[in-house]
Design a binder for this molecule. Structure first.
Ligand code: ATP
Ligand code: MG
Length: 247
């Protein structure tokens, strides 16, 4: 890793780049993942590289939804396993969710590398290698585990592609996306979208899940409430427009 000083004004963003590049070098992140990170960074810049109040509310609701779920699954890809491996493992443990590797550019080798990588951060069981379930999609991205994403009731999909997100919603699942782009198909089709950087979002999800860990169903239901995903997206777009106008 290059020695980036903590005092650098864009320290977190530069460290994320280092982690993503290291992910590629380790064979856990795809080259396409570098481009996806770039798109995310651009939106993060426009949003002020901070968690918006509306995103924090979405994170609070998302934590309640994960704790309320019967079969929650956290979907892991090459970017998230490079950026937030320990946070994925911790969130799964606090919420009782399963971790499942689900790749757009799937190779069996990359799936098994990511599983080993997550296990090195303390994960005990990581799904995704069996690939014995199919979503109604063309291409290897349709492959899921029967006992994981296929039969889940709530799925957390950080950095998902729009088609797959839509399929999961059509299957009747509650889909929580983390996506810095409020215009993406993923953001628009998810049940709930957290418009925030995955690093900050995961930290906040862990924080709220710990806070709500001992709440009963009724209390969790009240926290989740009746939300409208469109309001989270329009809030982010408004913030982005304000930032552009005030330049
Ligand atoms: P669509 O959802 O419209 O189908 P896509 O999924 O094909 O688009 P990708 O570039 O493949 O688009 O997906 C990556 C998405 O993840 C982008 O929308 C990008 O803004 C977002 N993203 C990338 N890095 C991060 C990050 N670190 N934190 C949060 N979101 C990120
Ligand atoms: Mg997307």
């Amino acid at each position: 890793m290059t020695g980036i000083p903590r005092t650098h004004p864009r320290y977190h963003s530069l460290i994320a780049r280092e982690n993503i590049v290291e992910g590629v070098n380790k064979g856990i992140t795809s080259m396409q993942g570098l481009v996806a990170q770039g798109r995310g960074e651009c939106f993060d810049y426009l949003l002020g590289e901070r968690t918006l109040p509306s995103a924090l509310l979405a994170e609070k609701i998302a934590s309640a939804l994960l704790l309320l779920a019967d079969r929650p699954v956290i979907s892991v890809n090459g970017n998230t396993s490079a950026l937030v491996p320990e946070k994925m493992v911790e969130l799964a443990s606090v919420t009782g969710a399963s971790l499942e590797v689900n790749l757009f550019h799937r190779t069996e080798e990359r799936v098994s590398r990511i599983i080993s990588h997550l296990k090195s951060f303390g994960a005990t069981c990581v799904l995704g290698a069996r690939g014995n379930g199919r979503l109604d999609l063309e291409h290897a991205r349709a492959i899921v585990d029967q006992e994981g994403i296929y039969s889940a009731d709530v799925v957390l999909v950080p950095l998902e592609d729009g088609d797959r997100c839509q399929k999961l919603v059509e299957m009747g699942k509650t889909v929580i996306a983390i996506d810095l782009n409020p215009f993406s198909r993923t953001s628009k089709t998810a049940t709930l979208t957290v418009v925030d950087n995955v690093s900050r979002a995961m930290a906040n999800l862990i924080h709220y899940s710990r806070e709500f860990e001992n709440c009963n169903h009724e209390e969790l239901g009240e926290i989740a409430g009746d939300f409208d995903n469109a309001t989270f997206l329009s809030d982010a777009v408004e913030e982005l427009m304000e930032n552009l106008k005030n330049q």
